[in-house]
Design a protein around this ligand. Sequence first.
Ligand code: ATP
Ligand code: MG
Length: 248
Amino acid sequence: MSEVLLQLKGLSVSYGPVEAVHQVDLEVRSGEIVTVIGPNGAGKTTLLSAAMGLLPSRGEIHLEGRRIARPGVEVMVAHGVGLVPEKRELFGEMSVEDNLLLGGFSRWRRGLRDQVQRMDEVFAIFPRLKERRAQMSSTLSGGERQMLAIGRALMARPRLLLLDEPSLGLAPLIVREVLQVVAGLRDLGVSVLLVEQNARAALKVADRAYVLEMGAVALSGSAKALLNDRRIIDTYLGMGHSAQAAAA
Ligand SMILES: Nc1ncnc2c1ncn2[C@@H]1O[C@H](COP(=O)(O)OP(=O)(O)OP(=O)(O)O)[C@@H](O)[C@H]1O
Ligand SMILES: [Mg+2]
């Protein structure tokens, strides 16, 4: 069995008196693409933010087998975890290139001066960003912005990338393109925890999946098994799936 990169044990997160994530157990192994699917408000973003140390949580967060006593963004980044947030948080008034360089800042601060090489790697993954390297990022299309957000996170050379709904607001063709890149990250040695509302697209690229409902894990298993699970088909995959199955 490959090494466990990230393990959440009984993770709970509250906003004031309201618990948004309840006792979640989850793990991502090295080389895995793991997805968390679930409806609006299920707690996906909350879970990801807590795993990144952006929100206080109860329970345990382990990275590479060691418990992180005080989860915080800096600690997570230092342990090779990267986040592409739901709101992307690009610097709109800055060029594509400068946004990427900022993504490499944590390495630069550690004395690692390989930003140009990292940027070439990102451009190899997203050639479209290379063509637009001087363009102001506020003028990029939705798909290009998503690529830039992922590219910026890759500049830090994470071992584990947390991705919050990369398909949000994108046309189906672009969703496929972006998720294909996500699938390809594995070959670059990057494991992925992918939060998605687009259950079908996510299950197609993932190895394993967790279904989050009202803050708790309702179901988990191999992505392939969940794609064929009656409950998942009825609740998350809808008509499109039956039509596809009929056509096949
Ligand atoms: N800052 C906050 N303060 C109070 N409640 C919050 C806050 N952020 C989220 N919540 C609540 O926590 C619950 C989970 O929200 P969360 O954003 O994690 O869901 P989600 O699964 O990411 O949804 P979506 O698919 O719409 O992005 C929701 O009921 C939401 O209203
Ligand atoms: Mg969300």
